[in-house]
Design a protein around this ligand. Structure first.
Ligand code: PEP
Length: 252
C-alpha cells in the first residue's frame, strides 16, 4: 500500500536560525497531532540540513535536500553530492524541480544520473515533473510528462522504485496562486500511474506515491487529497509557515 506524504520545499528561503525555528515548530506540531494520515517531510537548503536534522532527531518528520550533484565526488567546486546529503542524516532528496530544470538547465538525462547517485547513497527521491503553460494550452502535456518520467526513471529496477516518490507540479501553478483543479491534477496523476503500470505492472504503480505541487494550501488541500490518485503534496510557499503547512498536513 502506498504512503500519503506531505513534503515542504523551502527553496532558497530562511537563514539557518530561521530554518531551525521553523523546523522546531513543525516538529512540535507533528508530535502533538494525533492520528496523522500522512508522513511529513521538510525539504531544506543544504546549509540547513545538519542543524535541522538535530531538531528532527527522534521525531516523526523526515528530512529532504532540495537537490544533489550530478557527479559522485571530486573537483566540482560548490556542488554537494548525494553522499554528502546522506551523511547529514537526510532521508530524501528532491530532484528535477522545474526551477532547477529551467534556471540550471537540468535535463532528463542529468536527472537520471542524479537519481542513480541518490539511490546508490540510500536516499529516497522525490522526482518532480510537470508541464509549462504553453504545453498545457497546446494539449501536449501528457507526452511531455511521460517523457520526463520515462527518460529519468524507467531504467530503474522494481526494487529501486520502492524509493521513488513522484511529484506532479504543473509549472503554471507553482508560486502563482493558480492551483490546478482537483480534476486536472487527478487526470495527470492517473495518467502517470497508468504509465508506470504499463512499464512495471499494476502492483508497483499502485504502491507508488504521487504528490501534487503548485499553490497547494490549507483551503484547497482537502479537495486535492480526496482524489484517488493524489497521495499528498509537495508544498512551496505554504511550507514556510508552520501553521499553513500543518493545515495541509492535517487535510487528509
Ligand atoms: C514547489 O515549488 O514545489 C511548489 C509547489 O511551490 P508553491 O507551493 O509555492 O506553488
Amino acid at each position: 500500500m502506498r504512503k500519503n506524504i506531505v513534503a515542504g520545499n523551502w527553496k532558497m528561503n530562511t537563514t539557518v536560525p530561521e530554518g531551525v525555528k521553523l523546523a522546531q515548530e513543525v516538529n512540535e506540531a507533528v508530535a502533538a497531532a494525533c492520528d496523522l494520515k500522512c508522513d511529513v517531510v521538510v525539504g531544506v537548503p543544504f546549509t540547513h540540513l545538519t542543524a535541522v536534522k538535530a531538531v528532527l532527531e527522534g521525531g516523526k518528520v523526515g528530512l529532504a535536500a532540495e537537490n544533489c550533484a550530478v557527479k559522485a565526488s571530486g573537483a566540482y567546486t560548490g556542488e554537494v553530492s548525494a553522499a554528502m546529503v546522506a551523511s547529514t542524516g537526510a532521508q530524501y532528496v528532491i530532484l528535477g524541480h522545474s526551477e532547477r530544470r529551467e534556471y540550471f538547465c537540468e535535463t532528463n538525462e542529468m536527472l537520471k544520473e542524479k537519481v542513480d547517485l541518490a539511490l546508490a547513497n540510500g536516499l529516497k527521491v522525490i522526482f518532480c515533473c510537470g508541464e509549462s503553460l504553453e504545453l498545457r494550452e497546446a494539449g501536449n502535456y501528457a507526452d511531455f510528462i511521460a517523457t520526463q518520467v520515462s527518460e529519468s526513471l524507467f531504467h530503474l529496477t522494481e526494487e529501486q522504485w520502492a524509493n521513488i516518490v513522484i511529484a506532479y507540479e504543473p509549472i503554471w501553478a507553482i508560486g502563482t496562486g493558480k492551483t490546478a483543479t482537483s480534476e486536472q491534477a487527478q487526470e495527470v496523476h492517473a495518467m502517470i500511474r497508468a504509465l508506470i503500470a504499463g512499464k512495471y505492472g499494476d502492483k508497483l504503480a499502485n504502491d507508488t506515491t504521487i504528490l501534487y505541487g503548485g499553490s497547494c494550501k490549507p483551503s484547497n488541500a482537502p479537495e486535492l487529497f480526496a482524489k484517488p490518485d493524489i497521495d499528498g503534496g509537495l508544498i512551496g510557499g505554504a511550507s514556510l509557515k508552520a501553521a499553513d503547512f500543518m493545515g495541509i498536513v492535517t487535510a487528509f
